[in-house]
Each structure stands twice: as structure tokens, then as C-alpha cells.
Design a protein around this ligand. Structure first.
Ligand code: NAD
Length: 469
């Protein structure tokens, strides 16, 4: 077992309390390692270091900062196997997914961000006024466990390039990936205090960040519940907030579209990463007369694709969920669905093996008013919801407090786009479209504030000054 340290002001340190937190492998309960349980004093030290480093860092050129971030990107690429292995151990992600979505994808996102920087106007002339954009100061990056590297990469890349310094507080279940990233930042030569990492419990150290007078921006990805809490606490010092929160995203299948593809599109997001994906398309809307055909297509998909197993096995598609607590949460929702009268099409039972495994479960004939259709489950659970007209489908799709993602599978791209325009979410896939990393990603309604990725991601971290000439 390895004891990891956190990284403040260019130094590796233990917690001032000398307390530790164990990180356990959700597949077998083994202890992967220990990280320091940070205290308010540690958090204050990290903020002080970031504050002290800010003026010099903010005065470097965008080119200099970008060159250093490219070294960070290369460091991730060099250590990608090691990072993927840690993500398997601390999250329980299957190794094939860990290598592709958890490590190669964030590398690609960084490349696309570098490429898109030419579209960020760090200085512009508006009616004779010199408009200068620069860092805000100290950005606190608070991240969840579901994509331990991606969630941090999406924040520190743009925040640092914009001229800010950062204090990262990763999720308690997956902090080791963040420690590896800190090592990479050190090796890349980021000046001391520019990147700081403090591990610890959100409930203990979170409020220190949100109420700290020297933290200028809170960039948070996580649950809407915690986001709401941060929103309130950040108000004391009028901080800027960037919030990437929960989702309950719909996929509307229109008559005449490719039904098997619609099923695959939503089921992939429910099964991969065990449904622990904020943008998962967990509500599949189908015309009532095609409900049985959709059910059959789901059963076919399930039989072919749902391979439950050891996450270190390259053939495994479904590993454990991240923790005992998460398993209990997901199972309580499955129980709730049964009590609400939704029909279990497949799954819904227990998996008889060591580890926090949850059987992927599909409820069919679900009413959108049910709790399982309204609340984010964050596990491998799909709700199939019948509709009687396209207008009703759009109404159901929008009848949620969330607004993160969505999809429309229809007979033609034009018809699908016409429906996509009416969906109140930050992004919508249509038919077989892929995702661009340069396009903005974020939520409407209670799914968040702000956007990540590409030029919009960088812009959110830029403060704006008008110099009148
Ligand atoms: P969470 O909200 O419980 O925790 C997220 C982070 O906040 C963790 O680091 C946690 O320690 C910290 N935290 C907890 N309480 C805090 C407090 N009082 N003050 C400050 N920090 C605190 O979320 P989670 O369970 O780690 O992740 C799952 C959630 O994240 C889901 O709701 C999911 O939809 C959401 N998510 C959203 C996106 C997106 O881009 N919109 C992406 C991934 C995950």
C-alpha cells in the first residue's frame, strides 16, 4: 500500500493533522493507497500559495502558459497506462474504458482546446477601447469521482491558460489519479503555487474554499445538491461560480428513425462507466405503438453487450459502482421503481460476487412523474417512457429540473434537428452525430452555470477589463 501526499506551493506534504483517508478498490475491497485527510489549515495554505503565485503567472504570456500545459498533456500521455490502472483500482472502471474514455479522451480534449485557442480573443479593440482579458485569481476546482482525470483536466487546462492559479480538491473516492496529475504538473515545470492539490472530505474542507476571501472562482462539477450549497456559500464573497451539475437526459426516438440505434445510443450511456455519467441518456422516449419493439431491441442489446465482470479483464463492460454507498443509493432507486409500479424489463436483481456490483436494470412503461424518471440515479438504470405524440415527447423531455444533455433519433437529420431545437438542454445529439471537444458543454436549468471545453471553456475563466484610451 502506498501513502500519497498532497501538493502545496511546490512541496509534497502530509495533512497538518497527520490523518489519512483510505482509498478502496470497489471490485474487491482491497486498499489501493492512502491520501492525507486535509484540514482547513491545509486548504488555507494552498489558497495562500495560489494567491502568491498569481501575479507572476498572470503576467506570463498565453504562449508561455500554453507551452507548459502542453508539457502536462505530454506527461499524461507518457503515463497513460499507469493512470488507467489507478482508475481501474479506485473507480472500478473496466480497463478498456479506462484506457479510452478516461485517459485518451482527456488528452484529446486538451489537444482540441490548444487548437481552439486561436478563437479566444485575449485582447480586443472595441470602439477605441482596449479590452483586456486575464485571470481572475485563485480558482478552486472541486471535482467528482466519476471521471477522475477528465473532470480535473477540463478545469485546470483552461483556468491556467487564462492566467489563474488553482487549488484542486478531488473526490474522496478517487484522489490518487489527482496525485498522479500533480506529479505530472511538477515534472512539467509549473512554477510553485500555480497548481496545488489538497485531498480531503468536501464536507470538512469544502466550505473553507467557498467562503475564502482569496478564492475568486469556484469551478465545481458534482451533484446539484452540493452545487446549491456552494452557490449559497459563495454569495458571501460574491465569487464567480462555474457549475457542472447533475442530469436526467432524454433520448427521443421518432417514428421512422433507427430504433436499434436509438436503443444502443441510450443503453451505451447507461452501461458504460456503470451509468455514472452526468450526461447519460437515462430516459428513452418511444412512441407507445413501438414500445414492445423497443423492449425487444433492449433485450437483444442486453444479451449481446452487458458483460459483467472483473474490471481488470479487457472484455468486461460492466464493473462495480464506485462505493458501497453508491450501490445502496442505486439499489434503493431500483426498489423505488418497483414500488412505483414501473415494469422491470431486465435486471433488477442482485449480482452474486464480491464488490459493489449493481445489475444493470431497465424499467419500461415508466410514467415521467415517477421518482425514477425525475431524479438522477447515477447508476446503470434506464427508464423507457412511452409517448402519444411528438409534442408530448418534447413536453416529457423538458419536464425535469435538469437540462444537461439529450438526443433525438429521427427519420432525417432535419427532422431530428427541428426537435433538438425544442429541447431545453445544453447539448443534443442527433442521429449518428459524434461529439466535438471544441463545442461548449454544460447545462441549462439546474444542470449548471457556464460551459466547459474549447474556446467557451477558456472564456469562462477570463476576467474582462476595459482600458479607455
Ligand atoms: P458530489 O456533489 O457528492 O461531490 C463532488 C465534489 O464535491 C467532491 O469532491 C466532494 O468531496 C465535494 N463536496 C462535497 N460536499 C462539499 C461541500 N459542502 N463543499 C465543497 N465541496 C464538497 O458529487 P459526486 O457524488 O462526487 O459525483 C456525482 C455527481 O456529479 C452527479 O450528480 C453527476 O451528475 C455530477 N456530475 C456532473 C457533470 C457535469 O459535467 N455536469 C459531470 C460529472 C458528474
Amino acid at each position: 500500500m502506498t501513502d500519497y501526499q498532497f501538493y502545496i506551493d511546490g512541496e509534497w506534504r502530509n495533512a497538518s493533522s497527520n490523518e489519512w483517508m483510505e482509498v478502496k478498490n470497489p471490485a474487491n475491497g482491497e486498499i489501493v493507497g492512502r491520501v492525507p485527510r486535509g484540514t482547513a489549515d491545509d486548504m488555507n495554505a494552498a489558497v495562500a500559495a495560489a494567491k502568491a503565485a498569481f501575479p507572476a503567472w498572470n503576467e506570463t504570456s498565453v504562449e508561455e502558459r500554453t507551452a507548459l500545459l502542453k508539457k502536462v498533456r505530454d506527461g499524461i500521455a507518457d503515463r497513460q497506462d499507469e493512470i488507467a490502472d489507478i482508475i481501474v483500482q479506485e473507480l472500478g472502471a473496466p480497463i478498456s474504458l479506462a484506457r479510452s474514455k478516461h485517459v485518451q479522451q482527456p488528452i484529446k480534449e486538451m489537444d482540441d482546446m490548444f487548437d481552439d485557442l486561436e478563437n479566444v480573443h485575449f485582447e480586443e479593440d472595441i470602439d477605441g477601447t482596449q479590452v483586456v482579458k486575464e485571470g481572475f485569481g485563485v480558482v478552486a476546482c472541486v471535482t467528482p469521482w466519476n471521471f477522475p482525470l477528465t473532470q480535473i483536466e477540463r478545469k485546470i487546462g483552461p483556468a491556467l491558460i487564462a492566467g489563474n492559479t488553482v487549488v484542486v480538491k478531488p473526490a474522496t473516492d478517487t484522489p490518487i489519479t489527482a496525485v498522479l496529475l500533480a506529479e505530472i504538473c511538477e515534472e512539467a515545470g509549473l512554477p510553485k503555487g500555480v497548481f496545488n492539490l489538497v485531498t480531503g472530505q468536501g464536507s470538512q474542507v469544502g466550505d473553507v474554499l467557498t467562503e475564502h476571501k482569496d478564492v475568486d472562482v469556484i469551478s465545481f462539477t458534482g451533484s446539484t445538491e452540493v452545487g446549491r450549497h456552494l452557490y449559497q456559500h459563495a454569495s458571501f464573497t460574491i465569487k464567480k461560480l462555474i457549475l457542472e451539475l447533475g442530469g436526467k437526459s432524454p433520448l427521443i426516438y421518432m417514428p421512422g428513425g433507427d430504433l436499434d440505434y436509438a436503443v444502443k445510443k441510450s443503453m451505451d450511456t447507461v452501461v458504460n462507466n456503470c451509468g455514472q455519467t452526468c450526461s447519460a441518456l437515462t430516459r428513452l422516449l418511444v412512441p407507445r405503438e413501438e414500445l414492445e419493439a423497443a423492449n425487444q431491441s433492449i433485450l437483444n442489446y442486453y444479451e449481446k453487450n452487458v458483460v459483467i465482470g472483473d474490471p481488470t479483464d479487457p472484455d468486461t463492460v460492466v464493473g462495480p459502482v464506485v462505493s458501497e454507498r453508491q450501490k445502496e443509493t442505486v439499489e434503493s432507486y431500483i426498489q423505488k421503481g418497483k414500488e412505483e409500479g414501473a415494469r422491470v424489463l431486465v435486471g433488477g436483481g442482485k449480482i452474486d460476487r464480491e464488490g459493489h456490483y449493481v445489475e444493470p436494470t431497465v424499467f419500461t412503461d415508466v410514467d415521467n412523474k415517477m421518482v425514477i424518471a425525475q431524479e438522477e440515479i447515477f447508476g446503470p438504470v434506464l427508464c423507457v417512457i412511452p409517448y402519444d405524440s411528438l409534442e408530448e415527447a418534447i413536453e416529457i423531455a423538458n419536464d425535469t429540473e435538469y437540462g444537461l444533455s439529450g438526443a433525438v433519433v429521427g427519420p432525417s437529420d432535419e427532422e431530428a434537428i427541428a426537435v433538438a431545437r425544442k429541447i431545453r438542454t445544453g447539448s443534443v445529439y442527433i442521429n449518428k452525430s459524434g461529439k466535438s471537444n471544441k463545442a461548449p458543454y454544460g447545462g441549462y436549468k439546474q444542470s449548471g452555470i457556464g460551459r466547459e471545453n474549447g474556446r467557451y471553456g477558456v472564456q469562462d475563466y477570463l476576467e474582462i477589463k476595459s482600458i479607455y484610451k
